[in-house]
Each structure stands twice: as C-alpha cells, then as structure tokens.
Design a protein around this ligand. Structure first.
Ligand SMILES: Nc1ncnc2c1ncn2[C@@H]1O[C@H](COP(=O)(O)OP(=O)(O)OP(=O)(O)O)[C@@H](O)[C@H]1O
Ligand SMILES: [Mg+2]
Length: 234
C-alpha cells in the first residue's frame, strides 16, 4: 500500500465558458520516507497536482467511465471531508506554496508560530515552546537577523525560507513543497536542500517537491514528469 497516491486524477479549471483540462488521468504514488521530485514544463499542472495531494483542492468528480482516487495512509480523500481533511492538512502535511502565502502584516516569527497555533488549537498552543522552535528553525535557515521584520519587507528568497520554516514547525510526516528553492541562488538553494535532506534523514519524513531545478531533482530518489496532464516516470 503506498503512503500517498493519486490514481487517474483529472482536474479541469472552468473560466466562464472555457474549460481548461490540466490533469487528464494523472497517477503517482509515493512510499513512506521517499523523496519524489515532480518536474514538467511551466503550466503543465505541477502546482495543481501538489494542491490535490495536500487536500487543498479537489479533483474533478468521477464519471461512469472515469474513476479516480487520492489516498493517504490507505485512506481515500473521498472519505475525508470536513474536519478529517482539516486534520490531515494540519497534522500530516507541511505545505510550501509556490507564492509563499505569508501574512504580510505579521513578522516572520509570528508567521511561523501561527502554523503551530493552528495545528495545536488555542487550548494546547504553547507560545513559548512554539517561539523557541520557530527561532531555531529560522536560525537554521539563516534568518535570525530578520525575526521582527514583517514578511512584506523581505526579499523573495527570504520569504521562501520563512514559508519553509512554517511548513516544518509541526514536524509533519509529509512535506509537499512547490519550488522551495525557486527564488534562491544555486548556493543558497543547495544549502536549503542540504537542510531538508538532513531533516528527512533524522525524521524519516516523506517529501514531494515540485521543481524546475535539475540540481534539486538530481537529489531525489525518483523523478516524475508531468506531460499532457499525465505523470510519466523519468
Ligand atoms: N485557479 C485556476 N483557474 C484557472 N486556471 C488555472 C487555475 N490554476 C491554474 N490554472 C491553469 O492550469 C494550468 C496549470 O497550472 P499550474 O499552476 O498547476 O502549473 P505549473 O506546472 O505549476 O506551472 P509553473 O511551473 O509555472 O508553476 C495553467 O495553464 C494555469 O493557467
Ligand atoms: Mg507551479
């Protein structure tokens, strides 16, 4: 049984009268502890697929001749509506968005701690512990000198690293990262990958990373490519 899988997934965006079929029977499966890189041309549907895997969006509905499924730990997302899906997102997944989605009015420490607050709920949230952990993560990512800055004041590469710290603060067993080094120079990006891989080695974390970088893809256990709405193995 794969740890995470998508089988024959379709996703069509609808804009007014236009239908934009992006995924047309995409399938991918990821074993526990594996690091899979997803590559493909711009607009090929990589972010779309990652959002579906993270339970952030739903695939097209099944039809009589088109059955699909997405599963985590053997459980189908079809049976994970509402709070169960919320729990999957909050407890099992760390998600790094391609465009960060940080809150510009909060400083970077607050942005990272917010994820811990959402994860724990108001009653179980331990502000001191979360702050200490967020500071340690941000230090590892080279951002100690920026803790009090609003995220709106940071460069793209700095925001990207804050987004990574936010994704990691709850020690998620599954990291889904959309171009986590896309705005970093090769050296900084390589350093971030070193940290992610060290973290994975220590925790057994499963990673799915969307990337345009050949260097990042080269470090994955397996590379899959999106072509015409389907996944092909490299
Ligand atoms: N919410 C949306 N509404 C309509 N069309 C969308 C939406 N999101 C994505 N698309 C379209 O779906 C296609 C795939 O988008 P997606 O963001 O998944 O590509 P991508 O492979 O991640 O590209 P990139 O490498 O540029 O990040 C694109 O043609 C895009 O315009
Ligand atoms: Mg994308």
């Amino acid at each position: 049984m794969p740890y995470l899988s998508a089988t024959n997934v379709h996703k069509t965006y609808k804009l007014k009268r236009h239908r934009i079929p992006v995924l047309r029977g995409a399938s991918v499966s990821v074993e526990k502890g594996e690091f899979v890189a997803i590559v493909g041309a711009t607009g090929s549907g990589k972010s779309t697929l990652l959002h579906l895997l993270g339970g952030l969006d739903r695939p097209d509905r099944d039809t009589a001749d088109q059955q699909s499924d997405i599963t985590f730990g053997g459980t189908s997302f079809k049976s994970m509506w509402g709070r169960r899906l919320d729990r999957y997102r909050a407890e099992s997944v760390g998600f790094v968005f391609q465009f960060y989605h940080l809150l510009p009015e909060l400083n970077i420490l607050e942005n990272v701690c917010l994820a811990a607050m959402v994860n724990k709920g108001r009653l179980r949230y331990d502000k001191a512990a979360a702050t200490a952990k967020a500071e340690a993560l941000l230090a590892e990512l080279g951002l100690s000198h920026r803790l009090g800055h609003r995220s709106g004041e940071l460069s793209g590469g700095e925001r990207q690293r804050v987004a990574l710290a936010r994704a990691l603060i709850n020690d998620p067993p599954l990291l889904l990262a959309d171009e986590p080094t896309g705005n970093l120079d090769a050296k900084t990006g390589g350093g971030i990958m070193d940290q992610l891989l060290a973290h994975r080695k220590a925790t057994g974390q499963t990673m799915v990373i969307v990337t345009h970088s050949a260097e990042v893809a080269a470090r994955a256990d397996r590379v899959v490519r999106l072509v015409e709405g389907r996944v092909v193995n490299e």
